[in-house]
Design a binder for this molecule. Sequence first.
Ligand SMILES: [Zn+2]
Length: 233
Amino acid sequence: MNLVFNLHRLQKIDLQIDAIIARSKQITQILESDQSVQDAKNAQHTARMLVEQSHRTLRSLEEELKSLQVKKETDESSLYGGKIQNPKELKSLQDEIESLKKRISLLEDQILDAMEKSEQAEHTYQTAEKLVLQAEAAFAESMASLLGEQKQLQKQKENLEAERATLVSAIPNDMMENYTMLRKQKRGIAIASNEDGACSVCGAELRPEEIQASRSPNQIVCCSSCGRILYSG
Ligand SMILES: [Zn+2]
């Protein structure tokens, strides 16, 4: 078997494995960094706080109204009960009732306003709740598709690794060491092709004797410019 051909084939497999590893890493990062669900949950939390706050406001206004109404009823029964005869006292009681009526009317307006605000807050909360469900569904969908892809990549990688092992067993150890070292030094590309008389990686023109030698089955010829092993397939 042609040694350089095997090395060239090995490099193809290694580049595919590298790409699979890179994509797989990317998928893990995408899945780990997904913020959409958390953002939707934060918005829902804020909306819930606003609902609770609006309920508290409403309750306190209603309690105030109740106490004013009780006071007004008490004043009215004193006014009409006949126990109080003093005109000055009666006048002050009437004044107080009038003032209570005004405060009650004002408070009723405030309660209507607070009720409206409370309804709005509840509506916002319901929308936020729906958005959480949507974000969760979208995330689950993208997770399923990405996990499916990752599984497929894993399978491809296993097949390539099996193919690689067979190939490596046909390559002498010292050549493997040479290849591994070159890949490390040359950004993953140890083998360059002869492309119309030039090195496919660095572009240097090849001498005729280099081309000639690179065609012989078991001779290793390196590009005199970049040092990569030349393959003339
Ligand atoms: Zn070169």
